[in-house]
Every structure is written in C-alpha cells, then in structure tokens.
Design a binder for this molecule. Structure first.
Ligand code: GLC
Ligand code: CA
Length: 591
C-alpha cells in the first residue's frame, strides 16, 4: 500500500469517527478547516471540481417511510466532505406526483413533503456551505407535471391565458387516433396525447404526465428565469438543466424520419414502435438562445460563480463545443457523454474521445460522466471476472484526466446495477412499457449501501425500502470499505486526493501517449514548472508491459515515482518497463 492509500484510509476512518459510526468526533474538525482555506483562489469553484449526484429518494431515509429525504443527505455531509466532493447535484426534490420520480414537477418553488420541508432544504444548504460543499439543483425546463397549476389551466379551455404555455395542436382529423404527426415519446409510443375536453392534442417528449412547455412563449421563459433566481437567492450554486436539448420542436411540424437497417428495412425500437431519428424534436438551434438567457441570469449574480450544467447527449464533439456558446456565454459545463458512454473498453475510442475533449472544445473543461440515474451503472463495462479492476480503470479515467468530474452516488463503493426480476416489481413506468427488453431505471436507483446491517443502513430495520436493497450490500458498503485499504472507496478517495493536491493532475495539459497501443490507454499530465505524471490503464485481461518515451514532450528522464497503483502492480524502476496486471493501473510522477 502506498503512503497515499494509508493517508486516504486514515482520513476515511476519521470521517467515520466524525459521523459517529465509530465514535470520537474531534479528528474530523481538522480535515474540514484545511479544506476550507484551500479554496481561496481566483478560479471558479467548479473548475476541476468533483460533483456528486445524489438521487435523494435512495440516499438515506431518516423518518422510516422507506424513502430517502433531505435530512438524510445532511446527515452524510461529513462522509461526502472526506471523500472529496465539492458539490452535490440533487435530482428533483420539488412537489411532484412522482410519475417520473420528481421529473414531473407540479410546483417549482417548493419542496416535496416526501423529502422534507423548505427549512430542511435551507439547513442542508447551510450545513453543506460550512463544509465548502455546494448544492446544485435539477432544473426541468422542457416540461411540467400534468398536475402543475399551469397545465391544469392550460387544458381547461382553448381560450385560457395559459393555453399557449404548452404545445397544443389539432390532429390530422377530428377525435382521438389522429395525432398531428409521427413524433414519438422517448418513453415509448406517440408523443401526442388527445384531450377530449378541447378536442386537441398536447405534445410530451417524455411521459404522458409530462406535457412539454412552449418555449416560444415569452411568458414561459420569464416564469422559468424567475425559478432560476428563486433558487440562487436561496443559496444554490448551480443547476443541472434537464433534457435541455429538447426545448424546441420543428415549427413546421415535419415528421421525424425512420431509421432503416442495412437492408433498408424500418427498424423497430424496444417499445415495439418504428425507430425514428429525432432531428425535428431534439437539439434545435433555438436552444442556444435560451441557454444564453439562462446564463445572463446566473452571471448577473456577480462573484457567486453559479454553474450551469447541461444534460447533453449529443452526436459528436462539434455539437458539444457549441453548448459552451460561441462567446462562452451558454453552458459552463455541458456533460460530455462521448467518453463515459462508449460502453465498451475500446482503447482506440477512449483515446480519440479523450483527445477530442482536450483539443476541440476551445480549451474549455469537459465534464466527464460515466454514471447517472438513467443508465446502467459502471458494471456495464464489466467482464464478470475483473469487474473491480475495471471499475478502478474507469475511476482513473474520470479523475486523472483534465476535467470536471461527475460521479453518481454509490459508484465509490462499487454499487452494481440491480434491475427488477419481475415485471410486477418495476417502479419506473418506462420499465413497464418496455418489459422485458427495457426493464427501466430501477436497477441504478437502489438504496445507498451504508453498512452490512439490516437494509444496509438506508432505512430502519423493519421498514420496506421503496426499492429493494441489492444483495451486494454485504460486501459493497461504506462501513466495510472504509476499513479495507484495497476497496473501491479507498481507490476513489485516493484519486480525488491526488487530483486536488497534484498540480499536473489537477490542471496540467492532457496528452495521449503510445497512440498505437491497442491494449493500454496511457496519457501524460504536464503543468508548467511541475513534475509530469504518466497514467497507464490496462484495458485487457492479460498482463501488459509498456514503456514510455517522453522525449517529444521535452522529458528525458526515465525515472518515476509511483503515486498510485492497483493491487498486484509493481513499482517500476524505469518508465522503459512498466508492468500492469489485468486491468491494472499505474500512475507515476516523472523524477
Ligand atoms: C432526463 C432525466 C430523466 C427524466 C427525463 C425527463 O433525461 O435525467 O430521469 O426521466 O429527463 O424529465
Ligand atoms: Ca423518508
């Protein structure tokens, strides 16, 4: 074990002491004071930050109703602090009928009683601030709940003043069954819902209960910018803009085009519908106007550095670049889904995409993300035999490349995707429509595994959690992993510490190395006046030996000091010969 690993483990032990899992609270206070002074520099706080996504429903239940709550998050702030988290992105906590578990909002300026009260929210923000942790809210702009007072008014009559807040259209013929065009919901079937009262259809990109807002209406914009201000005034430091690319649709209402297979035959999707491309309903240029307006609002809070993050699934790096704005006046951090969602361990593709993110977005920072509440967890990359090692490789890419890093709760303890096994157990409606091809998103939303006791410590022993606790909690849980030097938790902690303390890893140039190697992904981090760092990740199940010639980077020394390595790797004497076990990682500082 390296010195750093020991330090990391001690810090985690200190954290547990602090949170009362082991006793004696004083140790933690010190860590906290050090961290607070370290942030007084000129860079916006979110650069190089570690952003941790919390799915509040599944983090910690404090009132034994089986559903996580805001107080549960507050309770674990010390844990997140010691892990090295700079900000928490909360998926929606607003009042909601919970059809889409919060992404169907009925009131944008309140807290759902399931999760607590506004007082609990203020308390969370204040306690987080004390620890220098920021809160990022999820802002759902594309649609509201059908139970939102705005929509209730809108659907009440064709002449209601809010009628034009949503996307109402006549069908191709009177009555149901004749939608205006072929547009589809991302969650299956037609995106048009017939409303008998007024004889028109409304458009919903997502569930029927999520009617799309009409972003061409200035009143909608004004209302939403008001929501943005409301939460900044309450102390939040950023927003994750949900489904931001879907705000606009083709004004001419043209059909989306079918996707054909190699034989020219129409493809069918997992819902049994014809597969369509979504050029008429996604990523329309008008989105950029709204991004600039949102940014004007956030930037008007001078000195606050409110960050705008976008949920941006895009086709290529060129589209990602546009999201920062031609004059850097749109999103601060559009999510880069190009790297984390390659979904197979392909050295060439990772190298290409990482390089693009370093060289083709005008020097902006990519926001790299591998996991979230909509996709199978990291174990989708696993081979069934070396999953833990593969998890370490992914974490190394996330934290040791030049980026802002976004992680999902439970990644750090190697929580695995645990989908329902029976249709009757499915909670996410998309899993009911798509069963069994698409089992929905329950599998990546299971309760956080705090310990190996009843209900993994998520809720009281006799309570039924809203989703079942995965069997993996016996090994993969915070309490067990804190005490295990070789755990995923300590690997995360160590990487995050390195990223914070080592200037080359923090902000150095990111240069891909050994670019014809198909087995090992390697890169160099190089900051002016600082020792350079070499990172190598074995993408194969066989041991690999690599050597590095850094002369074209102006480095002649072959001597390196090991900063981190996975269990089973050896300390190389020289960069001429670095041995990596299957899916092994080596990080060394050139001497
Ligand atoms: C985003 C959210 C997802 C939600 C959808 C509709 O993709 O991440 O969970 O279902 O938007 O709001
Ligand atoms: Ca609760």
């Amino acid at each position: 074990m390296t010195q750093l690993t020991k330090r990391a483990s001690m810090a985690l032990a200190a954290m547990l002491l602090a949170t009362g899992l082991l006793g004696a609270p004083q140790l933690f206070a010190q860590t906290h004071a050090v961290a607070t002074t370290a942030t007084q520099n000129a860079e916006p706080w979110w650069k190089h930050a570690v952003i941790y996504e919390v799915y509040p429903r599944s983090f910690q239940d404090t009132n034994n109703d089986g559903i996580g709550d805001l107080n549960g998050i507050t309770q674990h702030l010390d844990y997140l602090k010691v892990l090295g988290v700079d900000a928490i992105w909360l998926t929606p906590i607003y009042p909601s009928p919970q059809v889409d578990f919060g992404y169907d909002i009925s009131n944008y300026e309140a807290v759902d009683p399931q999760y607590g009260t506004m007082k609990d929210f203020d308390h969370l923000v204040a306690e987080a601030k004390k620890r220098n942790i920021r809160i990022i809210m999820d802002l759902v702009l594309n649609h509201t709940s059908d139970k939102s007072p705005w929509f209730i008014e809108s659907r009440s009559s064709k002449t209601n003043p809010k009628r034009n807040w949503y996307m109402w259209h006549d069908g191709t013929a009177p009555g149901p069954g004749h939608p205006p065009n072929n547009w589809q919901s991302d969650f299956g079937h037609s995106a048009w819902e017939y409303d008998a009262k007024t004889g028109q259809y409304y458009y919903h990109k997502f569930y029927i209960q999520q009617p799309d807002l009409n972003w061409n209406n200035p009143q909608v914009r004004k209302a939403m910018y008001g929501v943005e201000r409301f939460w900044i005034n309450r102390g939040v430091d950023g927003f994750r803009l949900d489904a931001i690319t879907t705000l606009f649709e083709d004004p001419k209402m043209r059909d989306d085009l079918p996707v054909l297979d190699a034989n020219g035959k129409q493809k069918i999707n997992e819902f049994g519908d014809p597969q369509l491309n979504d050029t008429m309903t996604n990523n329309l240029p008008e989105v950029h106007d709204v991004l600039r307006e949102l940014r004007k609002v956030s930037d008007s809070y001078k000195g606050r550095n409110v960050v705008l993050i976008g949920e941006t699934y895009l086709n290529n790096i060129g589209d990602l670049k546009k999201m920062y704005g031609a004059n850097d006046d749109e999103l601060n951090l559009p999510m880069d889904m190009q790297i984390g969602f390659i979904n197979k361990l392909d050295v060439g593709l990772f190298r290409q995409r990482i390089n693009e993110a370093q060289t083709e977005i005008d020097g902006n920072l990519p926001l790299i993300v591998f996991d979230n509440h909509d996709n199978e967890r990291w174990d989708r990359y696993g081979d069934g035999t070396h999953n833990q090692d593969i998890g370490r490789v992914l974490a190394t890419i996330l934290f040791a490349t030049r980026d802002t890093a976004m992680m999902y709760y439970g990644d750090e303890i190697a929580m695995v995707t645990t989908p329902p096994t029976r249709k009757e157990d499915v909670k996410d409606p998309v899993g009911i429509t798509g069963w069994p091809k698409n089992k929905g998103r329950d599998g990546e939303r299971t309760p956080m595994q705090w310990n190996d006791g009843p209900n993994a410590g998520f809720t009281g022993p006799n309570v039924k959690p809203w989703l079942p606790i995965p069997p993996s909690y016996k090994q993969s849980n915070v309490k067990t992993e804190v005490a295990d030097f070789d755990s995923m938790l300590n690997w995360y902690k160590e990487l995050i510490t390195l990223r914070r303390d080592n200037p080359a890893i923090k902000d150095g140039k990111n240069i891909m190395l050994n670019t014809s190697d198909n087995n090992v992904l390697s890169w160099l981090r190089q900051a002016p006046g600082q020792p350079a760092v070499v990172v190598a990740c074995n993408f194969t199940a066989q041991p690999q030996k690599v050597s590095f010639d850094l002369s074209s980077q102006g480095i002649t020394s072959k001597q390196a000091k090991t900063l981190m390595k996975t269990p089973g790797s050896s300390d190389p004497a020289s960069l001429d010969s670095v041995n990596l076990p299957p899916f092994g990682v080596y990080i060394g500082q050139v001497q």
